[in-house]
Design a protein around this ligand. Structure first.
Ligand SMILES: NC(=O)c1ccc[n+]([C@@H]2O[C@H](COP(=O)([O-])OP(=O)(O)OC[C@H]3O[C@@H](n4cnc5c(N)ncnc54)[C@H](OP(=O)(O)O)[C@@H]3O)[C@@H](O)[C@H]2O)c1
Length: 320
């Protein structure tokens, strides 16, 4: 089997394609032939050594795969060779031609669904779906979304629109048209100072009721944009930033009755089965779309480089 190894923590060049014997599935396990290994920004964080679930190198990145059952371990019911199956791998291992996963956590997906699309709604789709639930986004809410052309962001835009929200998407200038194409009511480039004034303008100075934030460092621009009782969910940071909220933030929180929460998929896994069922349904009826860019497994480093350089949109998939 082929797999990508990060020999040490570092830049994209530490990702190297290797080969070893394909493992046999033990009791209760499935051997899966990977057709699509999803790339997540979290893989970049892990490669740099900042992801707590992967504390040491060498390691194989990759938090999700979709493919086909190629061998069934003893004692497994409900799966047979050839079944389409996906899996979330909390400790990595997905950048590979084959993975062994516990049958108990394997996720069957519809036969007619492209494995690359199925992988696109695993970590990123689930995060988008559950963040919207946590923020209690409902019809009529004005929702501000960072990195709105990205993996999670592009799904947040579509799912928030499907809930009847007014969506304001933030993205680099080169992706503003993509965000509009996803259905956002407004798409605003947030690379230059002054973007917050544009957001204020499109809300008629009423601000937003919901801020879905994958940056974690936009507090000073965001506070004036939040309307009374606004819900602000932080689900990501970039560059390993650790920015504390300024002490002055307390006044804004008190003055506007704001709600701030964090979100982490790992502690919400009990909500996954229902959320995935809904996501697969939306993919099948085409009310939800995943834009996929494919790379050969050997080009994992190139995929990481483009992700870090903010050159990508939608879902990146490695094909073994
Ligand atoms: N909490 C959880 O359980 C959970 C689960 C999944 C993902 N996440 C987090 O959610 C965020 C989005 O993940 P994703 O996989 O969908 O990635 P992504 O948003 O597709 O990441 C790439 C995009 O992020 C934007 N970005 C903003 N600041 C950046 C920076 N300093 N460096 C590089 N890119 C930057 C860029 O878009 P623009 O140039 O348009 O801004 C870039 O194209 C990440 O922070 C990830 O760690 C959290």
């Amino acid at each position: 089997m082929k797999y990508v190894e990060a020999s040490q923590f570092g830049g994209p060049d530490v990702l190297v394609l290797k080969e070893k014997d394909t493992p046999e599935p033990d009791e209760g396990m499935l051997l899966v032939e990977v057709e699509a290994a999803g790339v997540n920004y979290t893989d970049v964080v892990a490669r740099k050594g900042f992801y707590p679930a992967i504390p040491r190198a060498p390691f194989t990145p990759g938090l999700e795969i979709a493919g086909m059952v190629s061998k069934v371990g003893k004692g497994v019911d409900g799966f047979k060779t050839g079944d389409p199956v996906a899996a979330i791998l909390p400790a990595g291992g997905g950048y590979a031609s084959h993975v062994v996963v516990p049958a108990a956590t394997a996720i069957p997906f519809p036969k007619h669904l492209d494995p690359a699309i199925a992988a696109g709604v695993l970590v990123q789709g689930l995060t988008a779906y559950l963040v919207l639930d946590q923020a209690q986004v409902k019809s009529g809410d004005r929702v501000l979304i960072t990195s709105a052309a990205g993996g999670v962001g592009s799904l947040l835009v579509q799912l928030a629109k499907a809930r009847g929200a007014t969506v304001i998407g933030l993205a680099s200038q080169s992706k503003v048209d993509k965000v509009k194409g996803l259905g956002a009511d407004h798409a605003i480039a947030y690379g230059k100072p002054g973007w917050a004034a544009k957001v204020a303008e499109v809300t008629g100075s009423q601000g937003v009721q919901v801020f879905l934030d994958s940056s974690g460092d936009l507090a000073s621009e965001a506070f004036p944009l939040l309307s009374p009782f606004a819900r602000w969910v932080i689900y990501g940071t970039r560059e390993g930033q650790r920015n504390a909220l300024p002490a002055e933030a307390a006044l804004a929180f008190i003055g506007k009755n704001l709600f701030l929460s964090g979100f982490n998929l790992g502690t919400n896994l009990h909500l996954v089965p229902h959320a995935l069922q809904e996501l697969f349904k939306s993919l099948m009826d085409e009310s939800l779309k995943v834009q996929v860019s494919k790379y050969p497994l050997a080009d994992a480093g190139a995929a990481h480089r483009q992700l870090e350089e903010r050159k990508t949109a939608g879902k990146l998939i490695l094909v073994p």
